[in-house]
Design a protein around this ligand. Sequence first.
Ligand SMILES: NC(=O)c1ccc[n+]([C@@H]2O[C@H](COP(=O)([O-])OP(=O)(O)OC[C@H]3O[C@@H](n4cnc5c(N)ncnc54)[C@H](O)[C@@H]3O)[C@@H](O)[C@H]2O)c1
Length: 417
Amino acid sequence: MRVAVAGTGYVGLSVALLLSQHNRVHALDIVPEKVGMLQRGVSPIRDVEIERFLRDKESMGLDFTATGDVCEAYGDADFAVVATPTNYDTDTNSFDTSAVEAALDAIRSVNPDCWIVVKSTIPVGYTQMIREKRNDRRIIFSPEFLREGHALYDNLHPSRIVVGAPRDDLEARKAADMFASLLEGGAEPEERERVNADGTTGIPKLVLGCTEAEAVKLFANTYLALRVSYFNELDTYCETKGLDTAQVIRGVCLEPRIGMFYNNPSFGYGGYCLPKDTRQLLANYRDVPQNLIQAIVDSNTTRKDFVADEVLKRVNKLVYDGVSKPVVGVYRLTMKSGSDNFRASSIQGIMKRVKAKGVPVVVYEPTYRGDEFYGSKVTKDLDTFKHECDLIIANRWNDDLTDIQDKVYTRDLYRRD
Ligand SMILES: NC(=O)c1ccc[n+]([C@@H]2O[C@H](COP(=O)([O-])OP(=O)(O)OC[C@H]3O[C@@H](n4cnc5c(N)ncnc54)[C@H](O)[C@@H]3O)[C@@H](O)[C@H]2O)c1
């Protein structure tokens, strides 16, 4: 098969690499520097598997193109995958899908017949709407479930493969089946033998209606945000009432229906997807009764307010103890340890709140290119950072901090993501 991919971010690049094992793949991005790096075999993002694939698998059928060569990238594709951003637009209360539509325009300008698979996360109902609006029946949707930092790994070992096509369109369902098989074909061979929790064997392949597939993506991410919020609110309660959070979490999570995983408190859920996807699902509930979805969105703001207040309490204590103008250090802007990406990370929300109270903030972020972040000094020198700051906040612990742990405020109880 010939596959084109629009967008070489976390989603587009991992899908392109996955499919290039058995297909001819051409990926296009509008950022020429990114394309230049990829053409040299250098990954623009930190991801062990992506870096390894780009380094070791030079003979794979994969090309990268910058905008301008639309015909070269999309012209002869059988499938064109769209993996462009869908940021949340607070003015329209919905995802901004303009980058998806720009990619659809570009693909159709040179290739009227290929199947377009939207991999970007989109509002529930979008595929059906865009098919009708453009009078284009060759658009289907496949949600992406990867985690940043493990983007390609999660495609090589997928929890499930979901593709959405209208239930009454046999041709589209056949294309959805074919695309699901392409994704399955790229997965590690041992995944085809695995036994799933429901007793089935192999990678579960679900060909659903488009709208159901869109709902799967937003409900899955909103559930993850719910779980993060739940343990964060448990922690807020324990901190406020002087209880030992770790003891309570252990006692709660040893219940097998709850489970001892994904229960580590933090400064709030963050990253590119959970904040925007929860808000989009809430927007989709516009005319449907709900309490929980609104609460999941609100809970994250309440958590950040709480964490910022805890930080400010400690700052005030330092003043009381005689430190004239305490400096708060932000240890990493990233959401997770091992990541080089800090889109919508929760620590930024804490930083903003603390700065709004006039407290000076210094940031330690070795992956940041500039010297300032929202008016705060950024340093790459850890020793200077430790020396300069009176209190250090860290969403995730790192052993780098051991020698000054008395200065550190974190809620990372288990010292893992
Ligand atoms: N990052 C994740 O963990 C993740 C997981 C699942 C789903 N998603 C969804 O997938 C989509 C992409 O996310 P991402 O994290 O890969 O984004 P990203 O920002 O890392 O990458 C998007 C890429 O698309 C490029 N681009 C923008 N407009 C383009 C156009 N018209 N043609 C070609 N390229 C274009 C950008 O330059 C960028 O390189 C979003 O809808 C996101 O919600 C992301």
